[in-house]
Design a protein around this ligand. Structure first.
Ligand code: HEM
Ligand code: HEM
Length: 161
C-alpha cells in the first residue's frame, strides 16, 4: 500500500467511525430541553450527514482497496484472517447501512440499526489488530538474522521471487 493510499484510507475510516460514534453519543446523551419536551441535539443531523458522506467514500475506498490491497494480500497469504474479517465486516456494514435507508418497519429497522452500530464500533479494534499486526517470521527474508522481520509491503516485489 502506498503512503498516499494508506493516509486516504485511514482518514476516510476515521471520519466514518467518528461520525457513527458521535451520532450515538448525541442521540443517547445529547438531547436538550425544548418547549415541548426533550429535543434531539442540533448536531445530531450533522453527524448523520457526515456519516453518509463518509459511508459513500468508504464504499468507493473498498472498491479501490479490493484491487490494490485485498486481492494481492489474499494471494500472498498474508494477514488473511484479520484482513478477511475486516473486509467481511465492511461489506456487512455497507449492506446494513443501505437497509437503514429503505426499511420501513420500525422494529426491523431498530434491529438492523443495533446490529449496524455494534458491528461498526467493533470494527475499530479489528482495524487496529489488522493494521499493526506482527507477521510471522519469513525465513527467506531474514538471512543471517535471528530477529523477526516484517516482509516488504504488498506493492513492492518480493526479493528472491
Ligand atoms: C462501510 C461502512 C459503513 C457504511 C457504508 C455505513 C452506512 C450507513 C448508512 C447508509 C446509514 C443510514 C444513514 C441515515 O439513516 O441517514 C448509517 C447509519 C448509522 N451508522 Fe453506519 N455505516 C458504516 C459504518 C459505521 C460504523 C463504523 C459505525 C460506528 C462507529 C456506524 C454507526 C452508525 C449509526 C450509529 C447510524 C445511525 C443508526 C440509526 O439511524 O438508528 N456505521 N450508516
Ligand atoms: C482479505 C483481505 C485483506 C488482506 C489479505 C490484507 C493484507 C494486508 C497485509 C499483508 C498488510 C501488510 C502491509 C502490506 O503489505 O501492505 C496489510 C496492511 C494494511 N491493511 Fe490490509 N488486508 C486485507 C483487507 C484490508 C481492508 C478491508 C482494509 C481497510 C478497511 C485494510 C487496511 C490495511 C491498512 C491500512 C494496512 C497498513 C498498510 C501499511 O502499513 O502500509 N486491509 N493488509
Amino acid at each position: 500500500m502506498t503512503r498516499g493510499l494508506r493516509r486516504l484510507a485511514q482518514a476516510v475510516l476515521a471520519l466514518l467511525w467518528a461520525s457513527g460514534a458521535a451520532w450515538l453519543v448525541l442521540h443517547h446523551w445529547g438531547q436538550r430541553a425544548g418547549a415541548f419536551g426533550p429535543e434531539p441535539s442540533a448536531a445530531e443531523p450533522w453527524a448523520l450527514r457526515a456519516h453518509g458522506v463518509a459511508a459513500t467514500a468508504t464504499v468507493a475506498l473498498l472498491g479501490l482497496l479490493y484491487g490494490l490491497h485485498v486481492a494481492p494480500g489474499w494471494r500472498a497469504r498474508r494477514r488473511r484472517r484479520s484482513g478477511g474479517a475486516l473486509f467481511g465486516t465492511a461489506v456487512a456494514l455497507a449492506l446494513s447501512g443501505d437497509l437503514l435507508y429503505y426499511l420501513a418497519d420500525e422494529d426491523a429497522r431498530a434491529a438492523v440499526a443495533l446490529a449496524h452500530w455494534a458491528v461498526g464500533l467493533a470494527g475499530l479494534p479489528l482495524f487496529v489488530a489488522h493494521r499493526w499486526r506482527r507477521e510471522r517470521r519469513h525465513p527467506e527474508l531474514v538471512s543471517g538474522s535471528t530477529e523477526p522481520k516484517e516482509p516488504p509491503p504488498l506493492s513492492q516485489p518480493r526479493r528472491g521471487s
